[in-house]
Design a binder for this molecule. Structure first.
Ligand SMILES: NC(=O)c1ccc[n+]([C@@H]2O[C@H](COP(=O)([O-])OP(=O)(O)OC[C@H]3O[C@@H](n4cnc5c(N)ncnc54)[C@H](O)[C@@H]3O)[C@@H](O)[C@H]2O)c1
Ligand SMILES: Nc1ncnc2c1ncn2[C@@H]1O[C@H](COP(=O)(O)OP(=O)(O)OP(=O)(O)O)[C@@H](O)[C@H]1O
Length: 526
C-alpha cells in the first residue's frame, strides 16, 4: 500500500492521525489491539474498500508487536529490580555472617542478636509475617528466613503460596576443623535452593618466587642406564645451572667411583637428616619407574617438595618426563611456572589390640598408592570387619582388601577390578581382592572419611598389611588398621597437565580401550 493511495483519500489521512494518537494511548495501557479493533469497527473499516481492510490488518500487527515489546521491557525491569533486591539481601547476610556469631553451643541467637534458649524462639514465623525485613533484623542484617522468603510477592500470596506461607528455613554447616568457611563457597542460599558455585581452577600451577638452588636426585638401584644418566644430569645441573646436588649415600659412592669431580655432591649420614630434607630441598628428581616415585614419596614423612619424575622403567603412570630431553624439561622447570598434580596420600596407623592407647605416640605410615590387607602366607580366607567413620561397611571374606588413593587406582587396585580414577579426584578407593561373593563391587569413598579395618577376635588366621607394596606388618585377631587422607600430598610436575598426562599414561601404559576400528562397509541404518 503506497502513500499516494492514502493521499487520494482525505478521510484516510485524518483516520491515520487519529489512529496514531489512539495507538499511543492504548499501548500505554497494554490494550492496543482491542482499541485498534474497536476503532475500525466503529468508524472506518466496515464495508469500505479492500485497501482499508488491508491497512487495518497491518496496524493490528504493528500494535501486537509494540505490545510485546512494551511487555518485555516491563518484565525485564521487574526482573532487574528483583535481582538487585536479592543481591542486597545476600550481601547483607554475608556481612552479618562475618560480624556475628551464629548458634553457639551455649545457646542460639535471634535475628536481633539476643540469646534465646531454643531454635523456635528465633524470629518466629508470626514476627516475620508481621514485620518487614528491616524491622525483623534491624541493623544486624537479615536472617535466613528473609532469603528463603525471597521471591514471595503480594500477588504470589493470593496463589498457592498463601496457604504454605514460606519454605522452612535451614542452615548448612560443615563438621571440619576450624570455621569450614572455605566450604561456604560451594553453596548459595539463593531463594532457599542449594546450588553449587563455579568450580575452582582445574590445573594447579607452581611459580617460583626465588630461584631454586638445591635438587635431590633419587635413582632406581642396579641400573646402568640410570647410573650413566644420573652422572650426566648432575654435571649439567652443576655446570650450567649452578645447582647444589644431594643424592643418597649409595649414589654418591657410585659417582665418586666414576670421578673425583663429583666431590661437591652432598648426602646424609643418618635418618634424622632425612627427616629434615624437606627444609633444604627445592626440587626432587627421580630417575626410574613408578616405584622410584613411591620411594621418593616414602622419604618424606611430612611436606614433600615438587617432584620431577623421569621415566626409566617399563610402565610409568607417574613418570611423564622422557629422559632423553632432560635438559629442556629441567630448564623449563627451573624457570617455572610448572603445572603440577597434587597426589593425595593416605596415613595409616596400625593399632594393636594390646596397645590401643598408644595411637597418639605412633608415627603414621604414609602411602602414595595404597595399603593392602591380605591373607599373606595364611591359607585361610581373610575375615576383615570394615568401618567408615562410625558406620559398618562390610565384612571382607576373600583374599583381602586394598584401600587406595586415586593415584594408586591404576596400580594394584586396578588389577583387583577397581576403577581408574583421575589422580586429582579427592577420594579413597575400597577394592576387595578376590572376594568370595557374587555381589562385592568396589567402592569409591569421599576423601574426608576415616576407615577402620579390624581383624575380628574369632578370625581363623592373621592378616598382613603392606604399604605401597612394602613393609609388611602382621595383624593378629583384635588388631586394626586405621586409615585416612594425609595432610601432605606429593606434588608431581606434569609434562603437559594433569588430565593429558593421566590419559596418556593409561593409553600408553595399559593400551586402554584399544580396539581395531570397525570397517566402513557393512550394514547401516537406512
Ligand atoms: N597385582 C598387581 O597388580 C600388584 C601386586 C602387587 C603390587 N602391585 C603394585 O606395585 C606397587 C609397588 O610398585 P613397585 O614399583 O615398588 O613394585 P614393583 O617393582 O613390583 O612394580 C609393580 C608394578 O606396579 C606399577 N605401579 C606402581 N605404581 C603404580 C601406579 N600408581 N599406577 C600404575 N602402575 C603402578 C609399577 O610401574 C610396576 O610395573 C604397589 O603399590 C602396588 O600397587 C601390584
Ligand atoms: N632409590 C631407591 N632405593 C631403593 N629402592 C628403590 C629406589 N628407587 C626405586 N626403588 C625400588 O626399586 C623397585 C623398582 O623401581 P621402579 O619401579 O622405579 O623401576 P622398574 O621396576 O624398572 O619400573 P617399572 O615397574 O615401571 O618397570 C621398586 O620396588 C622401588 O621401590
Amino acid at each position: 500500500m503506497s502513500h499516494q493511495e492514502f493521499d487520494s483519500e482525505g478521510t484516510l489521512n485524518n483516520t491515520r492521525s487519529q489512529l496514531a494518537s489512539g495507538l499511543t494511548e492504548s499501548l500505554s495501557t497494554f490494550d492496543s489491539e482491542k482499541v485498534v479493533q474497536e476503532y475500525f469497527q466503529q468508524s472506518v473499516v466496515k464495508g469500505v474498500d479492500d485497501h482499508l481492510v488491508e491497512f487495518s490488518e497491518a496496524l493490528r500487527t504493528v500494535a501486537k508487536a509494540l505490545r510485546r515489546v512494551a511487555e518485555g521491557k516491563a518484565s525485564a525491569k521487574a526482573e532487574a529490580a528483583e535481582w538487585k533486591r536479592k543481591y542486597e539481601l545476600e550481601r547483607t547476610r554475608n556481612l552479618q555472617q562475618e560480624h556475628k556469631k551464629l548458634p553457639s553451643p551455649e545457646g542460639y541467637y535471634d535475628c536481633r542478636g539476643k540469646k534465646t534458649e531454643n531454635l523456635t524462639d528465633q524470629c518466629s514465623l508470626e514476627s516475620l509475617a508481621n514485620d518487614k525485613s528491616e524491622k525483623c533484623c534491624g541493623r544486624d542484617g537479615i536472617c535466613s528466613h528473609e532469603v528463603l522468603r525471597d521471591g514471595e510477592t503480594d500477588s504470589d500470596s493470593k496463589m498457592i503460596h498463601s496457604r504454605m506461607r514460606r519454605k522452612a528455613s535451614f542452615r548448612l554447616s560443615w563438621g571440619c576443623n576450624g570455621s569450614g568457611q572455605h566450604k561456604h563457597d560451594i553453596v548459595s542460599f539463593e531463594r532457599g535452593n542449594i546450588t553449587t558455585a563455579v568450580r575452582s581452577s582445574k590445573q594447579i600451577s607452581l611459580r617460583w618466587e626465588s630461584q631454586p638452588q638445591v635438587v635431590l636426585i633419587l635413582t632406581k638401584p642396579n641400573s646402568t642406564t640410570v647410573r650413566i644418566l644420573c652422572a650426566e644430569m648432575v654435571r649439567w645441573l652443576k655446570d650450567q645451572k649452578k645447582i647444589n646436588i644431594i643424592v643418597e649415600p649409595r649414589v654418591r659412592s657410585e659417582l665418586l667411583t666414576e670421578s673425583s669431580y663429583f666431590n661437591f655432591v652432598q648426602t646424609w649420614e643418618d635418618d634424622k637428616e632425612i627427616s629434615l630434607l624437606h627444609t633444604k630441598i627445592d626440587l626432587v628428581v627421580t630417575l626410574g619407574g613408578d616405584g622410584t616415585v613411591l620411594w621418593a614419596a616414602s622419604m618424606f614423612k611430612g611436606p614433600v617438595p615438587p617432584v620431577v619424575p623421569f621415566s626409566l622403567g617399563s610402565l610409568g603412570f607417574m613418570t611423564p618426563f622422557h629422559s632423553e630431553n632432560y635438559r629442556e624439561y629441567l630448564d623449563a622447570i627451573l624457570r617455572g611456572p610448572i603445572s603440577i598434580t597434587l597426589r593425595h596420600r593416605l596415613q595409616c596407623f596400625v593399632i594393636r589390640d594390646g596397645a590401643k592407647d598408644e595411637l597418639e605416640t605412633e608415627e603414621p605410615i604414609l602411602v602414595l598408592n595404597e595399603v593392602t590387607i591380605d591373607r599373606g602366607i595364611s591359607s585361610y580366607l581373610t575375615n576383615l570387619e570394615c568401618y567408615c567413620d562410625s558406620s559398618f561397611v562390610t565384612c571382607v571374606q576373600g583374599d583381602g582388601l586394598i584401600i587406595s588413593t586415586t593415584s594408586g587406582s591404576t596400580a594394584y587396585s586396578l588389577a583387583a577390578g577397581g576403577s581408574m580414577v583421575h589422580p586429582q579426584v579427592p577420594g579413597i578407593l575400597f577394592t576387595p581382592i578376590c572376594p568370595h561373593s557374587l555381589s562385592f563391587r568396589p567402592l569409591i569413598l569421599p576423601e574426608h572419611v576415616t576407615l577402620r579395618v579390624q581383624v575380628p577376635f574369632n578370625s581363623r588366621g592373621h592378616a598382613w598389611a603392606s604399604f605401597d607394596g612394602k613393609d609388611r606388618k602382621q595383624l593378629a585377631a583384635g588388631d586394626a588398621l586405621v586409615c585416612s587422607m594425609a595432610p601432605w600430598p606429593v606434588p608431581t610436575a606434569c609434562q603437559v597437565d594433569s588430565t593429558t598426562d593421566f590419559l596418556r599414561s593409561i593409553h600408553e601404559g595399559l593400551h586402554w580401550n584399544l580396539r581395531k576400528p570397525q570397517l566402513f562397509d557393512g550394514p547401516r541404518e537406512s
